[in-house]
Design a protein around this ligand. Sequence first.
Ligand code: MN
Length: 415
Amino acid sequence: MPDAPLVEDYHDRTAGSRHFASPIVFWDETLRDGEQTPGVHFGPEEKLAIAEKLADAGVPLVNAGIPVVSAEEAASVKRLASAGLKCDILAAARTVAGDIDAVIASGASHIAIFVAASEVHLRYKLKMTQEQVLEASVRSVRQAKSAGLHVAFVTEDTVRAPFDFVERLYRAVTEEKADRLVVADTVGIMTPLTFRWYLEEFRRRVRPKDWSVHCHNDFGLAVANTLTALEVGVTSPHVCVNGLGERAGNASLEEVVVALETLYGVRTGIRTDSLYELSRLVEELSGVPLAPNKALVGYNSFSHEAGIHTHGILAHTLTYEPLQPETVGRHRQMILGKHTGKAALAEKLKERHAEASDAVLARLLQEIKTGSESESKAAWTRFLAAYRARFEHPGLSDEEFWRLARAAGVTGGGT
Ligand code: MN
């Protein structure tokens, strides 16, 4: 009888339902949507450092920001566009002539022109009619195309907008030779099944050649929805390192890439072993710490403490790990603590060719368990207090705001 495989892999049973584009063009949003994470600001040198790492990792397209936002932002985009990076640099603009001029002046080769599409955005935010949005979109795409830019057209809140309007709008910009069409789930309300339906309907009505999705993580579904979109055949997913972005963030670059590579065997062109370093750099420069249990790049993702698990891992890593930590540039960690078992201890001793009888091992194990159970939480409590102070009130303090307001000449409002 032939040897049975160690694990069954059923992904090939569903291969017929997947239609990946080739190549998949990863569009990184860390420096734009990621920077819009509350409290986050990247200076020009920081943006350059992150863009360099992204390019080195093989990410082909990087959104550098919105030049019209500020002089510093315009300088950042210019810096990235002229740095000779191995990736294309994109900058974003509203459907406003001045915004598009700022992108042209920045030297970016790619532009994303965005406008809202849902009724709530049109009526309450833009105060524009569908006809006005349509007209502004057509005019803006025309302006950017005539400057020779690669043009992506984005609607915010696409998936909550009337489909007939979406169809009309995207067909109109396609006639103006927009190069790429972006479907945005701006508030993260799609589920994989509904998003599949939506995208298939979009393809049937609009017939996009090159298209993107922009998925938010409000319900924790950004990565799942992005994978769904790629299964449908979307060519260019928006991603952010560490899943940064507005509110709960965007689809995480590392999770989408590694899921494609490891679960489906799709070649992404991204060097997965550079993802951990990239993640740490963005953690440091953004000031947004990773959740320890974050997939792939979280501190615990390849750590084992429980005796049963450690024993299994030491016998064969497939028991409790779906991929090797080295895949993302990391190493496995065995944690000694309350849940440690004998196998981990024996392994630890073996590393240094140390020896111990069963009785000694049992005594040592008891010491470790008792030690971890009686460990003081004082240091942890202090750390958590500082962490909460930073994240419960990010940005300008109320006090600082009123000091600035008074200095600027605001009067009244009590003391
Ligand atoms: Mn967004």
